[in-house]
Structures are given as C-alpha cells and as structure tokens.
Design a protein around this ligand. Structure first.
Ligand code: ATP
Ligand code: MG
Length: 413
C-alpha cells in the first residue's frame, strides 16, 4: 500500500465511526500540481482520544495540539483534529488550541495553497481559502493578513521562501512586503526549525531564486549576522553552478563559499547541524582552493581522494571556478588536470592500512602529543606516495623524523 492508500483507508475508517475526515494541506496542493507529495496528512473532527481508539497502532506526538500519528502497514500518517491556534507566544508556538470545524481549521493554516482539503471518496477538493486560484496564479499568499499571520509564527516567512523556491512560485506582493518588514523577528525561531526550511531552499534545484530573495528580503543578514551582502550575492553565482541535486552541507558550503571560513562556521553553529554535517561543511570550506594546487603531492591527493567529502569538494570547486570565469578553459584547467591525474591512478587502494600505528611509534620513542599526530600523518602520506613500502622502512623513517625534531627543539632558544 502506498502512503496515499493508507491515508485514504484512515479517512474511510474515521468516517465509518461517524467522524468527518479529509486529506489536508500539502498533499492536496501537490495532487493538484501533479507532483509527488512528501507525506499525506489527514484532518478530522475526531478528537485525539477517538483517533487513538480507532486504530491499533498510534503514536502520541502532540495530543495537546490534536496530532496523533497512525501506523498502518508500516506507514505513518499524521492525523490532526480540526483546530484553531490561538494566543501565540513570542511568535512561535500556540499556547492553546481549540477544536473546531473544517473551515476554521483551513484558516489557521499558513498559505492559501496549503489550506485546501480533499475528499477522497467523493473525489472533491474543498477550498475555503481560494487556494486553487493561487495555485493557478502560481502565488504564495498568506491566509488572511500577512503581518498578523507572521506575527503568530515568524517561521512562516522562511516557509514562504521555501515554497516559492520548491514550487517556482512568486510571493504575493503584500506577503512579500510583510516578510521584509518582519525579517528581523526571525531571531525568535529556533535553529532547528530554521534549518529545516533553509535545507529545503538550498537542496532545491531552484535554490538560486530562493537564496536571492532570502538575501534581498533581509532574512539572510538576520540569520547570519556579519556576512557581507556582497559575499552572499557572489555566492549565489556559485550556487547557480552547482549540480541540481546537492546535499545540505554542500548547499551550505556553496552559500558560504565567498565568505571567510571562521565567520561561516560560527554561523553554521546557529543551525544546530549534526556533528557529521558540521564536519562536512567545515571540510569543504577549509579546503577551498586545495584542489587547484597543481603541485599537490601524490600522497596528499590520495588522502583527499579517500575522504568521504571528496566528490562534494570537487563539485564545489568546479562551481566556484565556473562562477568566476564562465566556461573558459583557463579557470577549469587545474581541475581538468586533476581529473586526468585521478584517472591515471586507476584502481589503487586509496586507504591502505598504515604500516605503523601510534602505539608502535610510541615504542620507537615518540611522545603522545599533538606532534605524534603530525608524525603519523606525514608517515602515512609517505606511505601513500610509495616512499615507504615496508614496515622496517617506516620504522627507519620514524626514527629519523624523531631525531630531526629533537635536534630542532634543542636548537630553539
Ligand atoms: P511539504 O511538502 O514540504 O511537507 P507541507 O505543505 O505538507 O509541505 P508541512 O510542514 O508538512 O508542509 O505541514 C503540513 C500542513 O500544515 C501545511 O500544508 C499547512 O497547511 C500546515 N502548516 C504547517 N506549518 C505551519 C505553520 N507554521 N503555520 C500554519 N500552518 C502550517
Ligand atoms: Mg507535509
């Protein structure tokens, strides 16, 4: 069963029990646009406790807000009781919700195109907010007064930019001007929520348009303080050159590609990325330019090739070069040469086991310290370059390295 079939089953079951139930929100919009929906949400007059009684497997996720997840055949569907949200606290969360009818539920939703229902039995769209007209006009427009709707939840400003990016829709004039005048309030929104929307913008093939507006309307400078608008704008040209499908860290690195690394990484912190994502973005930003070094040693090249981020690093550099010089072969030539070098390597083992491990180096006289890390790396690079092929060669090398370093230390005053 598909997600949609499961959601329709849930609608039918709720109706059999005497409740009203409809497909709602994003899935209705996507159905009318003939694009695949990410998830299917059900809206119903049944209260959370009734929903939980009607299905064998449910998860309580936000009963207070009327949300229950129903599990059927391994699929999860969000079932939400028709509600209005009132008394927003600090432009973030509703303090109370009131359970209401479908029409009032439609009007608490963010944009007209997201405010429609679909009756899968009668195969009828139920549209209290004129969503269909805006779908035709390809417009993102808040339901009701945009100033008020953003004041209730400032995240909606970023959602507007995300939907406009993903769907290629324009933002309606009043909605747009309310985003401009409220951009400074985006600070009230948590890093996690901002991250979700920014991710949607940056991984979209249409990211340039979204990011340009994100900068122009003032949201970018509030979310990422200290970044110069010239740097951000020049990064848009890099984003334009990236391939269609990118990971979030690659998109972010593209966004920061014209800004100083330290500032960029401080700003990433705000988004509460996972440890792996942070490492990924950091690697891409710190190593900007490294691939242009035509004198790069074989060992270094193999080290980089063995990194999980190598492909993204290559892609980012390619985009940076193209943004700088169009298709001229001169700007791409270092990368073309690198590509040839990599091809010539054939099927070599990029990450062979190190000839010596740290413990063995300590046994040879190395002291556990940051210098040991440097010794291990240099030894490994020498191994990748083919200078060291046997364990005993590696031992001799380490002994020589240690002797050399002791001499330098002594000579230093
Ligand atoms: P996507 O395809 O990205 O999932 P979506 O429209 O389904 O888009 P969701 O975040 O899944 O968006 O939310 C589902 C529905 O809930 C929306 O279509 C909208 O009607 C409503 N909604 C979500 N977030 C908000 C919000 N911050 N304010 C008002 N309504 C919202
Ligand atoms: Mg959704």
């Amino acid at each position: 069963m598909t997600n949609r079939e499961v959601a329709v089953e849930i609608v039918k079951r709720l109706r059999k029990k005497g409740f009203e139930a409809l497909l709602a929100g994003g899935c209705v919009r996507d159905m009318l646009l003939r694009r695949p929906a990410k998830d299917y949400d059900v809206a119903t007059s049944a209260r959370p406790k009734d929903v939980m009684k009607s299905f064998r497997r449910t998860l309580k996720v936000g009963v207070k807000f009327g949300v229950v997840i129903v599990l059927v055949k391994g699929r999860k569907v969000e079932v939400t009781t028709f509600r209005t949200d009132s008394d927003y606290v600090n432009g973030r969360h509703p303090a109370h919700v009131k359970f209401v009818g479908a029409e009032a539920d439609a009007s608490r939703r963010d944009f007209t195109i997201n405010g429609m229902f679909y009756d899968p039995v009668k195969k009828k769209v139920i549209d209290y907010v004129d969503g269909r007209a805006d779908l035709k006009r390809r417009l993102i427009r808040t339901i009701g007064n945009p100033e008020e709707r953003f004041r209730e939840d400032y995240l909606r400003m970023l959602r507007a930019v995300r939907f406009s990016t993903q769907l290629g829709f324009a933002i309606e004039r009043r909605t747009k001007s309310a985003i401009r005048s409220n951009a400074k309030n985006i600070t009230k929104i948590s890093g996690e929520r901002k991250r979700m929307e920014l991710e949607g913008i940056l991984v979209s093939p249409n990211r340039c348009r979204g990011v340009s507006f994100f900068i122009e309307c003032g949201l970018a400078e509030v979310i990422f303080p200290g970044l110069s608008s010239e740097d951000m704008k020049s990064a848009v040209r890099v984003l334009e050159q990236l391939r269609k499908k990118v990971s979030f860290p690659l998109g972010l690195a593209g966004f920061f590609s014209s800004s100083p690394t330290k500032l960029a990484l401080e700003n990433c912190h705000v988004l509460k990325l996972s440890r792996n994502e942070t490492r990924h973005v950091k690697y891409l930003l710190v190593n900007r330019g490294a691939l242009l070094d035509e004198e790069m040693s074989l060992g270094r090249l193999k080290m980089m090739l063995g990194e999980p981020y190598f492909r993204d690093m290559y892609e980012l550099q390619r985009a940076i070069q193209k943004a700088a010089g169009g298709d001229s072969r001169a700007v791409l030539s270092p990368l073309i040469k690198l590509h040839k070098r990599i091809r010539a390597l054939g099927d070599v083992d990029l990450r062979p086991k190190a000839l010596l491990n740290g413990r063995e180096m300590i046994r040879l006289g190395a002291v556990p310290s940051p210098a040991l890390g440097q010794l291990a790396e240099e030894t490994y690079i020498a191994q990748l370059e083919g200078i060291l092929q046997t364990k005993s060669q590696a031992k001799q090398w380490v002994l020589k390295w240690l002797e050399e370093h002791r001499r330098i230390e002594k000579e230093q005053p």
